[in-house]
Unconditional design. Structure first.
Lengths: 104, 393
């Protein structure tokens, strides 16, 4: 079962093992600071914005147009920005590190 | 489950299919280009330099220059001032995310709904939605629940009567009194916090404090009330939606977002062009306004497949019912907490709801008419478990 690590803007690291669901839900259920997921994961609010290292990009689901649009209005957007609600954790993402930006 | 059309129509459907902008004719002959497509609305909402909110009493459409004297804070400001002012009240608007406040909201909804179900027939506007909104706001402002009793008498819209005219100063007078009381007996409430707040090293002026309080009451009032009654009216026509939510509680969040998208009472909000601006071929003079037409953007078929249909599991659902960008709705957490609680509890208490009498609340402008909710919605509810033994809540 996959494990993922969240690194918050204050540098705190939380590793969670045997996780399932999408990254936003996992973060919210474990009170990861900076991932709010206010809209519940429908790509409306952008409060689950994260950065994911380039080395993982080919294992992630592709960024759909609506997600890209929502992200494009985010002040802290980078090339490796994603909405964590759009990333379902699979075995292929075992060991993933997720960086939480400063609040947007 | 099968998808059904929402109860209110989209008056911008034909206009939006022909052109992304409709020039609306508003009070005093003001011509306002209305952005009808989601991407355009989001883009403009983010671009505060071109489309400014630094416009006291002119952010709402129609303008509220004849309705009120105070400027609303922080909505009628631009960054960076807006950011500083917003931070002062943000802790209160985040309160609905606290487990103890969520529990109070759940308790309130449970109590009110059980009372209504026991009553059998009730007006969803005055007997349910207004009291729920009023008491829930006491949790946000952190004032005694009894204050909500006074607010209930203020009706659906705290500032405007049915004809759109000013309702008088009951709410402003009340807020002034509350600020004075909080000065004499400071506590942990919204009024005391604003009395003690500082901006750029100085205390807030009375006008600023009253502008914050004005928005706290006006912004979340009719919006929550109309959304809740809109959902009840939809359930009356589509009882299978209640069955679905009862059997699929995991869909409560997506269902709430879908009802926010479709039942949005706030048709639009304005922005002012500080200089002459060409908005997709329409010249707006310096000081002229545009409309971010949330209600039209929420039914943009390029973004939302089958936009008039209710899909309780719609995902993605990038609606703009809470605005977009810097000014996104401060009360969104509050609205979500109330509506999720309502959607979780109502179908567990009620098996069937029938409309006995409905008086729609219509927004009538020269160029469009839109149903934004109900002035009256008398319904009869059949409790779940009355005919079967499914158990309640």
């Amino acid at each position: 079962m996959p494990k993922v690590t969240f690194i918050t803007s204050t540098g705190s690291r939380t590793t969670l093992e045997n996780v399932e669901g999408n990254l936003m839900e996992i973060a919210r259920d474990h009170d990861i600071e900076g991932i709010d997921g206010d809209c519940g994961g429908v790509c409306s609010c952008s409060t689950c914005h994260v950065y994911i290292a380039q080395s993982w990009q080919d294992k992630l689901p592709p960024t759909e147009e609506l997600e890209a649009d929502t992200l494009s209005f985010n002040d802290n957007q980078q090339e490796n920005s994603r909405l964590s609600c759009q990333i379902e954790v699979t075995e292929a993402l075992d060991g993933l590190e997720v960086i939480v930006p400063e609040s947007d | 489950m099968s998808k059904k059309t929402y109860i209110t129509e989209d008056p911008f459907k034909d206009d939006r299919a022909q052109c992304p902008i409709k020039v609306g004719d508003f009070q005093n002959g003001e011509k306002i280009p209305m952005l009808l497509k989601l991407k355009d609305v989001r883009q403009a909402a983010k671009d505060w330099q071109t489309f400014s909110s630094d416009a006291p009493r002119r952010v709402p459409i129609p303008s509220e220059e004849e309705l009120r004297d105070v400027r609303q804070y922080p909505i009628e400001l631009n960054p960076p001032e807006h950011t500083k002012f917003r931070k002062l009240v943000e802790p209160f608007f985040l309160r609905p995310k606290l487990p103890e406040v969520q529990a109070k909201i759940d308790g309130l909804l449970g109590c009110m709904l059980r009372r209504m179900v026991a009553k059998g027939t009730f007006d969803a506007v005055y007997d349910l939605a207004i009291p729920v909104q009023s008491y829930a706001l006491t949790y946000l402002l952190n004032v005694p629940e009894e204050e909500g009793e006074r607010w209930i008498s203020w009706g659906v819209h705290v500032t405007r009567a049915g004809d759109g005219k000013a309702k008088g100063s009951q709410m402003e007078d009340y807020n002034r009194m509350m600020f004075q009381q909080a000065k004499e007996q400071p506590g942990e409430d919204f009024y005391s916090a604003l009395n003690q707040a500082e901006i750029d090293g100085r205390p807030l002026t009375d006008e600023e404090k009253e502008g914050f309080a004005y928005l706290a009451f006006a912004g979340g009032r009719d919006t929550i009330i109309h959304t809740m009654t809109g959902i009840i009216a939809y359930f009356a026509k589509n009882p299978d939606a209640m069955t679905f939510l009862r059997e699929h509680p995991e869909a409560i969040n997506t269902a709430a977002e879908e009802f926010f998208r479709l039942a949005i009472p706030l048709t639009h909000i304005g922005r002012v062009c500080p200089v002459k601006t060409n908005v997709q071929g329409h010249e707006v003079e310096a000081g002229g306004r545009i409309s971010l037409t949330w209600a039209a953007a929420n039914r943009d078929p390029e973004i939302f497949p089958n936009p008039d249909e209710v899909d309780l599991e719609r995902k993605p659902n990038p609606h703009v019912s809470f605005g977009f960008g810097h000014h996104n709705c401060l009360g969104a957490h509050h609205a979500r907490a109330i509506m999720r609680s309502f959607l979780a509890q109502f179908p567990r208490l009620v098996s069937n709801v029938q409309v006995v009498e409905a008086e729609p609340c219509m927004e009538v402008e020269k160029d469009y008419t839109r149903q934004i909710g109900f002035n009256k919605l008398v319904v009869a509810c059949e409790p779940l478990g009355k005919t079967s033994d499914n158990g309640v809540g």
